[in-house]
Every structure is written in C-alpha cells, then in structure tokens.
Design a protein around this ligand. Structure first.
Ligand code: I3S
Length: 129
C-alpha cells in the first residue's frame, strides 16, 4: 500500500485502520457493530479485514487472511453522516448500489479527511461502470 501514490488525483490504493459498522445490508437495517478494521481501497473495491493494525496487518492480501467483507464502490455514494446516524465525530456514510450502508470513522481528523477524498474520487471515477 503506497504512502505516496504516483497519481494522487486518482487514488487506486490506500490502506489504514478505520472504525466501521454496517447499518444496512441488502436494504435491511442491521444492528450496529463498530469494529476496528484494516481497510484497503483497491481499484473500485473497498476491503475490510477484521482485527487491529500492527503485526498481523501485513498478512492481509496474502493467502493467510481473507477480507472480512468487500464493498463495490461502482455506483456507490459517500457523504459525511448526519448527526442522527452516529454520536461519533468524523463519520462517513457509504451507500452501495447493492443496498449496503456502512459507517466508517476515525478519531483522527486528517485520516478521515484523506479517506473521504479517496472514496469520493474513486466513486466519481467509477460512477458509470
Ligand atoms: O445508533 P445507535 O443505536 O445509537 O448506535 C449505538 C449502538 O449500536 C451501541 O450499541 P448497542 O447495540 O449495545 O446499543 C453502540 O455501542 C454505539 O457505539 C452506537 O452508537 P454510535 O453513536 O457510537 O454510532
């Protein structure tokens, strides 16, 4: 996962630790379950692996760990979540074309701002696929 991509205007790869919960799955409301996930933006996919950052995160992407779940960003939308969606700060609401809604969050302002930028740019690039 490159820290300084060659083409920052079209981020194709980004990774880091985010807090994430699903709120809707296939159009049905599900119970919130915030977990800290190793998150990878790869092309038009967003992948989440369970567990904290640190020593195990390097395994992600190898055959030793499978992503917990994957989100297709083609036709998705991302926006800052309204206050009624969560009491947490810096929350992004991500809605997929498949009817899954996620909240993703970081306590760190700059971290979530970078993700917001990367996600919205990725969604724009793949909007018509
Ligand atoms: O939107 P909610 O229902 O207030 O979300 C909170 C709950 O999911 C809560 O767990 P319980 O299912 O045990 O009530 C979580 O611990 C909270 O983090 C959720 O709210 P925030 O505002 O943190 O997204």
């Amino acid at each position: 996962c490159p820290s300084s991509p060659k083409h920052p205007s079209t981020p194709s790869e980004k990774c880091g630790v985010l807090n994430v919960t699903k709120i809707t799955e296939n159009g049905k409301k599900v119970r919130k379950n915030w977990t800290s996930s190793w998150t990878v933006l790869q092309g038009s996919s967003l992948l989440f692996a369970k567990g904290q950052s640190g020593s195990t995160s390097w395994k992600f992407g190898s055959n030793q760990s499978k992503p917990e779940f994957t989100v297709d960003l083609r036709g998705a939308s991302a926006d800052w979540a309204s206050k009624d969606k969560s009491s947490k700060k810096h929350v992004i609401e991500l809605k997929t074309r498949q009817g899954t809604e996620l909240l993703i969050q970081s306590e760190i302002d700059s971290v979530i701002s970078d993700w917001y930028r990367a996600l919205t740019e990725t969604i724009n690039v793949h909007a018509w696929e």
